[in-house]
Design a protein around this ligand. Structure first.
Ligand SMILES: [Zn+2]
Length: 245
């Protein structure tokens, strides 16, 4: 009986034009369903699905930048702007290259077994990213700490992980949690803390009074979330400025 109910459910979802009774129609409907799924599986989905009109999808990246320059009221053929479309394409590809790397693979390649169970801190790591709302840079410092639970990662992997996630279109909050959650998932430490202090050009360049404002985000997992003492130790260690070392 449950199977029959399932079948009916599938047909209703598929389309209203099929009759819900009679085995012939049920089979027919299932054939259509399977056929559609096969078609979908065989259909090579483009890397960047788009709903833009075909006139835009057939344009090159450079064409689009040239068009943007025109719409901003400039002459794309002016000497200084002639190579700008190509430069913009290259620089945007560079700034978003973090999509092509897998964060877990990166960390798994440098896992070491240890008996050390004190806090590991990597602080003041420079970070440059692009805000996904305005495609303008935000940049600042990232501080990462974790307490191992039998495993550590090579210290250089922490900046690499930050680099990987920051070279994507981001918001600071997501960047913070992605770094923390990846470390938590791969190293399985007792806890992780991530703090990012950053300045956003979309705020600084558009509002005179916000030029010196800094956004601070944090993500605390495991013992960093549960134990106030651990969290405080981390926060006080990152507040010690580099010149005191
Ligand atoms: Zn922004």
């Amino acid at each position: 009986m449950p199977v029959k109910e399932n079948r009916q459910g599938r047909i209703v979802i598929l389309s209203g034009v099929f009759c819900r009774e009679g085995s012939m129609q049920v089979e027919f409907a299932e054939e259509v369903l399977n056929y559609s799924i096969t078609r979908l599986q065989n259909y090579s989905i483009p890397m960047n699905p788009t709903t833009e009109p075909t006139t835009l999808t057939s344009a090159t990246f450079e064409d689009l930048i040239r068009e943007m320059i025109v719409r901003l009221g400039e002459d794309p053929n002016r000497e200084g702007l002639q190579l700008t479309p190509e430069r913009v394409r290259k620089s945007l590809q560079f700034l978003t290259r973090g999509y092509s790397e897998d964060p877990e693979t990166l960390l798994k390649g440098a896992l070491f077994t240890v008996s050390y169970d004190e806090m590991v801190i990597v602080k003041d790591i420079e970070m440059f990213s692009l805000c996904e709302h305005h495609l303008l840079p935000f940049f600042g410092k990232v501080h990462v700490a974790y307490i191992p639970n039998g495993k550590v990662i090579g210290l250089s992997k922490v900046p690499r992980l930050i680099e990987l996630f920051s070279r994507r279109l981001q918001i600071q909050e997501r960047l913070t949690t992605q770094i923390a959650e990846t470390i938590q998932k791969v190293i399985e430490p007792q806890g992780v803390g991530v703090v990012i202090e950053a300045r956003h050009l979309c705020m600084m360049m558009r509002g005179v009074e916000k030029q010196h404002s800094e956004a601070v985000t944090s993500s605390m997992l495991g013992c960093f979330r549960e134990e106030q003492e651990t969290r405080q130790e981390f926060l006080s260690l990152i507040r010690q400025r580099s010149n005191s070392v």
